[in-house]
Design a protein around this ligand. Structure first.
Ligand code: ADP
Length: 512
């Protein structure tokens, strides 16, 4: 039996123990913040998390308290050290990953936010984004940023704060205000105001960053009426972002890695090469495919973004999101009340040999990529008198795989390549029925990673690489263990019939 690098390291575990160095990763998400401590094998030795609140001041508006986010992040950093007995003298570096696009603006002197953080889900600037399209700016924005104008990205949120908070515009023009996504807000406060910076992946989600030149774009800043002096310096994802203040961590470890959550997940999945892709099955699904040094111009409603910015090289990615994935299972549980837990859906689905011709299209808020039909309505199609609870549960589970199939095929068409396998994570990826069905539909293996915290792990890897804790990407690949590989086992005729049934149902759900 051949030993791989990881086996050899395990033999050397006494040395590893004596070395006693770890990497800490901070994962600042939408609903919770987390701190994890990782050893050199990529194993999580300790973690702490706590929920953070969201506020909904009006329908469609989403805000969070930046102070609560930072305080909660420090609290979990403390907790994980106490829990594990691993303190800052044993931390080789810190990595940060974060919810993307969410916007904070604060005062340069006081460090106080002038408004709540406007969340990525917040739709208050929809009309501003639509005006950009009506005024003919969509093509310029897409060509420079890889994105299509939408309220989702930071630019219209910053403009809203400048236009709606009393005195904000004057202060911004006088150089008195600072803007940051959540990574920047954390870095600024963790370093006691010494470092005002973001990384290429987070910057690429603002709709102000030119992903070709890797610089803030003056034309877009002028279009959005945002002063350049508000913006942070943009750095590589793996490199120095300053030292954590001694008041927070005694030995002042360096922040050495920063990436947006989906990009950190791409890195944690080791999707280093063009054509490698990952899909996260959570409330929604987030798919990213590495497209190498090419910015792919999507014809199918996907966005191009900076995927990996490490080792002096940028790899771009295509990204597609599905709005309703695991949330459909929550809907079965909380609204239809036909299941008591998400965990039972795999067994219920498997109790049927097939879907009996029944399809559920969860267009609860229209259809996203690749259809982009905001008028589409959710439907359950193909019911018969034999249909029952298991029919609906199975159709709901299958809908995650069908929707992911459509986005992945769109990515392949855009990128002009075919996937060899798909790496998966997220809560619903633990459903073996869905994963097998996904492999069957795509006709490629689906790889379930052993590490559940792939996103935080990606941030840890970016930080560890920068300080030589891990030597190179190859060493990280050695740490990448699969929990399970699902091999495709569906014959071609069945696959074609299933896909035809799904697409027939989608056509009926669409508004045009
Ligand atoms: P998020 O990060 O978006 O909060 P998670 O990755 O924690 O999501 O996954 C939670 C989602 O996955 C929920 O919507 C839940 O309904 C769904 N889910 C969790 N476990 C399963 C399962 N075994 N089968 C199907 N769906 C599941």
């Amino acid at each position: 039996m051949a030993l791989n690098l990881k086996d050899l390291k395990l033999v050397d575990s006494m040395y590893a123990y004596a070395k006693s160095r770890y990497v800490m990763a901070l994962d600042c998400g939408t609903t919770s913040v987390r701190a994890i401590i990782v050893d050199e094998y990529g194993c999580i030795v300790a973690q702490a998390s706590r929920p953070i609140k969201a506020m909904y001041p009006r329908p469609g508006w989403v805000e969070q308290d930046p102070t609560e986010i930072f305080a909660s992040q420090i609290a979990v950093m403390m907790e994980v050290q106490f829990k594990s007995g691993i303190h800052s003298d044993s931390i080789a570096a810190i990595g940060i990953t974060n919810q993307r696009e969410t916007t904070v603006v604060w005062d340069r002197d006081s460090g106080q936010p002038i408004y709540n953080a406007i969340g990525w889900q917040c739709r208050r600037t929809t009309s501003r984004a639509e005006r950009l399209i009506e005024d003919g700016h969509a093509e310029t924005i897409r060509a420079k940023t890889g994105l299509m104008p939408d309220a989702y990205f930071s630019a219209t949120k910053i403009a809203w704060i400048l236009d709606n908070v009393s005195g904000a515009r004057e202060l911004a023009e006088a150089g008195q205000l600072m803007f940051g996504t959540i990574d920047t807000w954390l870095i600024y406060n963790l370093t006691d105001g010494m470092v005002f910076a973001t990384d290429y992946t987070n910057a690429s989600r603002t709709m102000l960053f030119n992903i070709h030149t890797l610089e803030w774009d003056d034309e877009l800043l002028a279009l959005m009426n945002i002063p350049r002096c508000m913006l942070p310096e943009v750095r590589w994802s793996s490199g120095e972002f300053g030292r954590v203040s001694g008041e927070i961590m005694t030995h002042m470890p360096l922040i050495m890695g920063v990436a947006g959550d989906q990009q950190a997940s791409l890195f944690g999945h080791c999707c280093f090469e063009p054509g490698e892709a990952k899909n996260t099955y959570g409330t929604g699904c987030f798919m990213l495919m590495n497209t190498g040094d090419e910015v792919v111009d999507s014809k199918n409603g996907l966005v191009a973004t900076v995927g990996i910015a490490e080792g002096g090289k940028v790899s771009y990615a295509l990204e597609g999101s599905i709005f309703h994935a695991g949330s459909v299972i929550q809907w079965l549980r909380d609204k239809l009340r036909i299941i008591s837990s998400a965990a039972e859906t795999a067994e219920i689905s498997k109790s049927r040999a097939d879907n009996g011709g029944c399809y559920l299209v969860p267009a609860f808020s229209g259809l996203g990529a690749p259809w982009w039909d905001s008028g589409a309505g959710g439907l359950i199609y193909g019911l018969t008198s034999a249909s029952d609870r298991a029919t609906l549960v199975r159709a709901a589970c299958e809908s995650m795989a069908f929707q992911s199939y459509d986005v992945l095929r769109a990515m392949e068409a855009d990128a002009g390549c075919t996937l060899d396998s798909l790496s998966v994570d997220g809560g619903a990826s633990r459903n073996e029925f869905i994963m097998q069905f996904q492999a069957d539909l795509l006709d490629i293996p689906v790889d379930q990673t052993e590490a559940i915290e792939t996103t935080a792990l990606g941030a840890a890897y970016l930080a560890g690489l920068a300080v030589g804790y891990w030597e190179d990407r190859e060493e990280i690949r050695q740490n990448h263990d699969l929990a399970r590989r699902f091999e495709p086992a569906m014959d071609e005729a069945t696959r074609a019939r299933e896909l035809a049934g799904w697409h027939d149902a989608v056509a009926r759900a669409r508004s045009r």
